[in-house]
Design a protein around this ligand. Sequence first.
Ligand SMILES: [Zn+2]
Ligand SMILES: [Zn+2]
Length: 248
Amino acid sequence: MAKTRPGKRDLDSYTIKGTNKVVKAGDCVLMRPSDSDKQPYVARVEKIEADNRNNVKVRVRWYYRPEESIGGRRQFHGAKELFLSDHYDVQSAHTIEGKCIVHSFKNYTKLDNVGVEDYFCRFEYKASTGGFTPDRVAVYCKCEMPYNPDDLMVQCEGCKDWFHPSCMGMTIEQAKKLEHFLCSDCSSEDEAKRSPSRFPVSPSVEPKVRILILDVLIFPAWAQFSSLIYSVKDYMSLHDYLSICHLG
Ligand SMILES: [Zn+2]
Ligand SMILES: [Zn+2]
């Protein structure tokens, strides 16, 4: 690779000290915190460089844990959730203690087993403002909460919304045994449909997604009382929602 600055040269890879694990640009790594009581920091390696004395440095882009963000950890944040920040740094390669995998939200929810090295990221995070991209997230269930992949949810065969067993008055064990599930709204509608006097309900033109706007900027004090943030809600079409989330 070409030299970037005098005395510095780019490296294609770095082997983690005491291991045979090879780190390349684009890989996600765990970095030793100065305070050994803390969890390792997670970063994405952007570039690996050696100086003329062969000290290896890595340019990294930090992932933030929810508790490290301005809004803090909220109930819907998963245990293995990370935010890809706009905060870059140059660190000694010696602080790298291992590799990890940061999955997309979709791929993470498809994992059969979540290993210690598995994390997921569904938001980018602006460290200076606390803002998120996308700045909205779909909500589900009666409690109108975004999906936390650590929590079991069951899908209603009627409205296709997802529900927490506890919000439907069930235990997790009961929910796991269910072969069919209709939420309370759909089961009462089901009863009504069976009555001959009722007109058929016309289908809605386009599916709507209930969303939560993630805005710690407008209501910074509210961030500590996350239940209040859930009242800041909007409705939009599935198509618009997916295009914001780059999924559509
Ligand atoms: Zn719920
Ligand atoms: Zn339903």
